[in-house]
Structures are given as C-alpha cells and as structure tokens.
Ligand binder design. Structure first.
Ligand code: RB5
Length: 150
C-alpha cells in the first residue's frame, strides 16, 4: 500500500507517529507536510495531496492539522475523496468498513500519540465491506459526476 502523509505546522509531531506505524506495517509513504513550525495554510497541503490520492498515485492519505477539520474540509472538496475526520478507534474502523474512506484526517491538538497510532493501524488494516455500502458510495460518486457536468 502507498500512503501520502501531509499536514500543516500544527500537525508536525503527530506525523512522526503516523510514520512509525507505516514503517511497522512495511507500507511505502511520502510525507509532503510542512517541515517547519512557521504558520502555513492547510489547504496548500491538503488539496495537492488529496489530488494525488484521487488520481490513484497513492492508495490512501493521512492528513493532520491542529484539529483535523481544515484538512478534512479541504480534502473532501477533491472529487473522489472520502475523507473521514477521526478521533476514536471505532470511527476509524467504521470509516473503512462502511465508507471506504481513502483519506484519514486527525487533529494533533485533539488526540494523543497513543490513540493516533491505534487509529492509524486500525484504519490502514480494515477492509471495506462493500454490498449496500458500495451502493451509497456510488450515489456520492454519481453526484460528483453530475456536478462536473454542470
Ligand atoms: C492552525 O492554527 C489551525 O487552524 C489548523 O491547523 C487547523 O486546526 C485548521 O483546521
């Protein structure tokens, strides 16, 4: 699995926790996040990274900012992205089982490193259930297609 990680200045520390999990799992990753604590703008990181997931260059994305909110709002503007803002392990699991989330957003100022590691591990290792959940996701994809045609 190929994973793109990104984040703004408020997500710098948690990105290292994410990378540790990816290394344990043996997954390939690229980190395009801010590399200084100077103030930057989260859409400048979320949008290009989300496009690289939507294009198929990466299988998944993990995006981190202070709350995860800016990252998730931005990522979900990109056609084909299903970004879940997650703060607990149950939601991490369900976002994969039922929503086939292809981007995970987390907030470094919201959750601690231990919880973040569990969320990332669960999210990366849980498969989509398909069936009725695919029907629902297909409806979102159809809506995106219709918007693109307008
Ligand atoms: C940066 O201060 C902060 O606003 C940002 O990281 C994020 O939490 C926005 O949603």
């Amino acid at each position: 699995m190929r994973v793109i990680i990104t984040g703004d200045h408020a997500g710098m520390t948690l990105r290292n926790e994410v990378k540790a999990v990816l290394e344990e799992l043996g997954y390939e990753y690229e980190d395009t996040g801010a590399d200084c604590t100077c103030s930057v703008d989260y859409p400048d990181y979320a949008l290009p990274a989300a496009k690289r997931v939507a294009s198929g260059e990466f299988d998944r994305g993990i995006f981190i900012c202070g709350t995860g909110i800016g990252m998730s709002i931005s990522a979900n503007k990109v056609k084909g992205i299903r970004c879940a803002l997650v703060q607990d392990v149950y939601s991490a699991k369900m976002s994969r089982l039922h929503n086939d989330a292809n981007v995970l957003a987390m907030g470094e100022r919201v959750i601690g490193p231990g919880l973040a590691r569990e969320i990332v591990y669960t999210w990366l290792t849980t498969e989509f259930e398909g069936d009725r959940h695919k029907r629902r996701i297909d409806k979102i994809a159809k809506y995106e297609e219709e918007q693109a045609d307008e």
